[in-house]
Ligand binder design. Structure first.
Ligand code: PMP
Length: 455
């Protein structure tokens, strides 16, 4: 049982002794600096010393409906009582998994009506690599095996998913990517746009895909994968011209288009899915995070008819996980989707809090340490710069991102530093008053950063 009598110090000591953390320098943990988070309500969390934080990241971009929703607890308890586990292997199902697949078919863009469940976004993207290669094999095009992704993309930490990522430090850790993965530059206008308008740049950035397909040979290219808005790469929201051009190129060369909706899905961009916001219809989508608002681990691969009917005719699908479609996670996801629908959270992002957040953040365009304010819906980033006029970005050694993030924590606001950008991804239930609080706290953190770097 959980020992509820331990002090913060006890927990930090035990954690340092035994727990290997994700995306953390272990040296920081053994030094007893672990933050122990104990409770959440709405957009707020509390640490073990009773300190309150406004969670500007909704956990890890995932707690779309906010913390503390009893309905999800009740759904989990009901399902656990009735049937805590059964698998979907060997022709079995449970009502919860069937119902969730059906529900998702109503929400996802037209044609994406088939769902394969996994427990994480990484597993879902690894699954996509297998499914897409299998699809092309069944189509008699065995050589179509290479995936094209983008620099600064994040698609997960399992082997194939990390190869889809475009994060150099992740590849450097264990010796690069698997064979069969290529990358093009991410469409960050502020960084690479030069004198081009955003729209001109969007077209040019998308056309890098055509060049890459021709370089590799269309007969070798299986798919292009991208997040509608790159999240962990720094909230890169592409120009409006970008995605339609990507879709045109994919169709021209018969390259499957995959939208990784792990962050963008379930309302964050002001539509149910980012693909809808940017006007594209992918062949496959990756769903996770907002699917259950992070209350339990569940993810899914959505496939269109062409993909499903091809692999459906291939005989035994030799793929699956013990926890594919875990009934408790499915029941929680259904309760989560109910809340998003009932409370109109997608419209709320599009018409209310999205515009409110971005209007408020726009004031930082004048701030001496901010070069660009970007984002859409409840996704936002502030690009920290040394030189506003020259667009000179801080270096990793400068550490401005981490400095500003820590200054923000000290104000009781959780944001994330991605390179030299500060990113935000609050829950879809955030109030105007909480957005006002974000702005006040962020301003203090930015002022402190500017002072520290002599700007
Ligand atoms: N794709 C995207 C776009 C993500 O942001 C993430 C996680 N941040 C993943 C995939 C991987 O998901 P998971 O951490 O659930 O494996």
């Amino acid at each position: 049982m959980l020992d509820t009598t331990r002090t913060t110090g006890d927990l930090q000591a035990l954690d340092g002794a035994h727990h290997v953390h994700s995306f953390t320098d272990p040296a920081l943990i053994t030094g007893g600096k672990t933050r122990v988070v104990v409770r959440g309500e709405g957009c707020q969390i509390w640490d073990s010393d009773g300190r309150r934080f406004l969670d500007g990241m909704a956990g890890l971009w995932c707690v779309n409906i906010g913390y503390g929703r009893q309905e999800l607890v009740d759904a989990a308890a009901r399902q656990m009582t009735e049937l805590p586990f059964y698998s979907n292997h060997f022709q079995s199902t449970t009502p919860a998994m069937t119902e969730l697949a059906h529900k998702l078919s109503q929400l996802t863009p037209d044609g994406l009506d088939h769902f394969l469940f996994t427990s994480s976004g990484s597993e879902a993207n690894d699954t996509i690599v297998r499914m897409v290669r299998y699809f092309w094999k069944l189509q008699g095009k065995d050589t179509k095996r290479t995936f094209i992704s983008r620099t600064m993309a994040y698609h997960g930490s399992t082997l194939a998913a990390v190869s889809l990522c475009g994060m150099p430090h992740m590849h450097a850790m264990d010796g690069g990517t698997l064979p069969g993965f290529a990358h093009i530059q991410h469409p960050h206008w502020y960084m690479f746009g030069g004198e081009l308008t955003k729209e001109e740049f969007g077209l040019q950035a998308a056309q890098a895909l055509e060049r890459k397909i021709l370089e590799l040979g269309p007969e070798n290219v299986a798919a292009f994968i991208g997040e509608p808005v790159q999240g962990a790469g720094g909230v890169i929201d592409p120009p409006s011209t970008y995605w339609p051009e990507i879709q045109r190129i994919c169709r021209k060369y018969d390259v499957l288009l995959i939208a990784d909706e792990v962050i963008c899905g379930f309302g964050r961009t002001g539509e149910w899915f980012g693909a809808q916001t940017y006007g594209v219809t992918p062949d496959l989508m990756t769903l996770a995070k907002g699917l259950s608002s992070g209350y339990l681990p569940i993810a899914a691969v959505a496939m269109n008819k062409r993909v499903f009917e091809t692999i459906g005719a291939g005989g035994l699908l030799a793929h699956g996980y013990t926890y594919s479609g875990h009934p408790v996670a499915c029941a929680v996801a259904l309760a989560n989707i109910d809340i998003i629908e009932r409370e109109g959270l997608v419209d709320r992002v599009r018409n209310d809090i999205g515009p409110y957040l971005h209007q408020a953040l726009a004031q930082f365009e004048q701030h001496p340490v901010v070069g660009e304010v970007r984002g859409i819906g409840t996704l936002a980033a502030l690009q920290l710069v040394k030189g506003k006029d020259t667009r000179e970005i801080f270096t990793v050694e400068d550490g401005a991102g981490v400095f500003c993030r820590e200054a923000s924590y000290n104000q009781g606001l959780i944001v994330r530093a991605v390179g030299q950008s500060i990113v935000l991804s609050p829950s879809l239930v955030i109030t105007h008053a909480e957005i006002d609080e974000i702005i006040v706290k962020l301003k203090r953190a930015l002022d402190e950063t500017a002072r520290h770097f002599g700007l």
